[in-house]
Design a protein around this ligand. Structure first.
Ligand code: UDP
Length: 325
């Protein structure tokens, strides 16, 4: 299929592009390069913003796009608490601009990048797709808004959508040439590995007084290549007038302290850690049930264990200490 991949120059986008190409799809990356990296794109790239409806229409028509995979968004839960407007504008208005452009151009299929943050602080684990949507930060709320918008467009206009709710994405393609490079970096695994690289003296643990066994927040980590593979499977699951939703995680929770310990083992570095205040908008525990993705998409993670995820991340960071710079 001819796929337009918004956010195609980003961390997840570059991995999705690689898996799409390997599966024989034609992928056109669409990215503003505000956060993305030109060097992360192997194929065609349109440099434009999702807020630019004209550029979107032009890209959809020029490349005879049949399906859109929409990843372009701001993604930092902590930042979204301080700057909610930035998140609603880019994530919600961006999706609306895209959906209107798709309607004008007769493109009716979309895979949407959603998040575990839509669940907020879940009342039971593992989280299933039908569980309540109750985000505790504006980032999660912005993604809930888009999921509701997609349902309305599906019902009214026949749009077919698969919404993938990502848990904590980490790791890098095993080939070692693409990986995570955010500026500034806020995510746990790369922040811990930066200490092993000597870029920081110690990693901060954002709160050790949570109601968890070691007092730190628990997350479900998923390898970026496994996450990318789910997008290709999702293309075959799109049905007109439906929004299908799938969690993507490994079903096992690791605390911040456990992640740091795994990074110490992978790197052989002592990685000092110091406790810092809690980060606003952090749910204490997020663990996925991905049974639905396994059953309906035949999704089978190749790298489910945290040690492998961290080893692949470490291989990337060690060889690219300045990211793509
Ligand atoms: N975290 C931390 N120190 C850091 C970065 C993150 O303690 O330098 C914690 C963060 O508070 C959260 C977990 O690690 O509990 C995962 O955070 P991340 O930003 O990687 O992903 P999120 O769960 O927010 O999507």
């Amino acid at each position: 299929m001819n796929v337009l991949l918004t956010g195609g120059a980003g961390y997840i986008g570059s991995h999705v592009a690689r898996v799409l190409a390997a599966a024989g799809h034609r992928c056109v990356a669409y990215d503003s390069l505000v956060k993305g990296h030109r060097q992360a794109v192997a194929g065609e790239l349109v440099v434009a913003d999702v807020a630019d409806g004209q550029a979107l229409r032009q890209a959809l028509r020029r490349h005879a796009i049949e399906v859109v995979i929409h990843l372009a968004a701001f993604i930092e839960a902590g930042e979204s608490v301080a700057q909610p407007g930035k998140y609603f504008q880019n994530n919600v208005l961006g999706a609306w601009t895209l959906l209107e452009a798709m309607r004008d151009c007769g493109v009716s299929k979309i895979v949407f990048s959603s998040t575990a943050a839509v669940y907020g602080q879940p009342s039971r684990l593992p989280i299933e797709e039908a569980d309540a949507l109750a985000p505790v930060n504006p980032y999660g709320a912005s993604k809930v808004c888009v999921e509701y918008m997609l349902r309305a467009y599906a019902e009214a206009h026949g749009i077919g959508c698969v919404s993938l709710r990502y848990f904590n994405v980490a790791g890098a393609d095993p080939a070692g040439d693409i990986g995570e490079a955010h500026e500034p970096e806020t995510h746990l695994v790369p922040r811990v590995l930066q200490v092993a690289l000597g870029a920081a003296a110690a990693v901060e643990i954002f709160g050790d007084d949570y109601d968890t066994p070691d007092g730190t927040c628990i997350r479900d980590y998923i390898h970026v290549t496994d996450l990318a593979a789910a997008h290709v499977l999702a293309l075959g699951a799109i049905r007109a007038s439906q929004v299908r939703v799938y969690n993507l995680g490994n079903g096992e929770g690791f605390s911040v302290k456990q992640v740091i310990q795994t990074c110490r083992q992978a790197t052989g570095h002592p990685i000092p850690a110091k406790v810092a205040p809690r980060r606003a908008g952090d749910p204490l525990r997020l663990v996925a049930s991905s049974a639905k993705a396994a059953a309906e998409l035949s999704w089978r993670p190749k790298f489910p264990d945290l040690a492998t995820i961290v080893e692949h991340a470490w291989a990337w960071h060690r060889n690219h200490p300045r990211g793509y710079a």
